[in-house]
Design a protein around this ligand. Structure first.
Ligand code: AR6
Length: 234
């Protein structure tokens, strides 16, 4: 993450800003200094809430995809986030990742609001993923509403510059302007919007319980997400 591209420079700037505010605010967390330089992607479990994808099946796919990508990350790590300690998907993934001996420094689960990971949880995440809708519109509830609200108009504008819609299984990397509150407060320099498979008949493009298609789209979604993250690191 120390390249010379514009995006890499943004990452560096965000990290410096957060470090300075931490010095002033005295972080409540036992900060490991070496961790400062680690670029981190925080991501929610795609499709398992509003899109009603089965948790057990999704957890297999998350662990499979993390295992595939985790060794491609040099000084970077992946964190699966959910709101509550009772999260079923977090506990399923944690158990399965332990069984596969996935390096817990490179991948772990974390309970917290993805828009407040640094300010409330002391966890620096320069990149966050959004479980988006196909129109890439704010609102709609879940993590999408939370991220668009926290990031302000800056994210809407920056998203429109990159894409107007997404196909299921695809992702788009959006550099976050430095005037976004998510950038200044949390140190988030990029949002990666991901569209997962939809099993909810009340939402557009429902797969009507077709888990063959659903699994292949969910795999594709995580591949697009992690590939997008790798593209930021280079
Ligand atoms: N921080 C961390 N995790 C969260 C947060 C948050 N603030 N909010 C929800 N989660 P969902 P989907 C977790 O429903 O199933 C939207 O309306 C949640 O507990 O956000 O892919 C979009 O517009 C779950 O584990 O995404 C789409 O139309 C995970 O995030 C649709 O929902 C994903 O839940 C997408 O549905």
């Amino acid at each position: 993450c120390k390249g010379t591209t514009k995006d890499s420079l943004l990452l560096g700037a965000a990290s410096k800003e957060v470090k300075e505010s931490e010095n002033l605010a005295k972080g409540s967390v036992d900060a490991d200094v070496s961790v400062d330089e680690i670029t981190t992607l925080a991501f929610p479990s795609i499709s398992t809430a509003d899109f009603q994808f089965n948790n057990e099946t999704a957890s297999d796919i998350i662990v499979e995809k993390v295992e595939e990508f985790v060794n491609k990350l040099e000084n970077a790590r992946l964190v699966l986030v959910d709101l509550s300690h009772g999260s079923k998907i977090l506990s399923l993934v944690r158990t399965k990742a332990e069984k596969r001996n996935i390096d817990s420094k490179k991948f772990f689960t974390f309970v917290g609001n993805i828009t407040q990971l640094y300010s409330q949880g002391g966890l620096r995440c320069n990149v966050i993923a959004n479980a988006a809708n196909w129109r890439l519109k704010p609102g709609g509830g879940g993590v999408n509403a939370a991220i668009f609200t926290a990031a302000g108009l800056a994210l809407e504008t920056a998203t429109k510059e990159r894409a107007n819609s997404l196909l299921p299984g695809h992702a788009v990397v959006v550099p976050l302007p430095s005037d976004s509150p998510l950038y200044t407060r949390e140190g988030v320099s990029h949002v990666i919007h991901v569209l997962g498979p939809n099993m909810n008949p009340q939402r557009p493009n429902s797969l009507n319980n077709d888990y063959n298609k659903g699994c292949s789209i969910l795999r594709e979604a995580y591949t697009s997400l992690f590939t997008g993250f790798l593209s930021i690191l280079r």
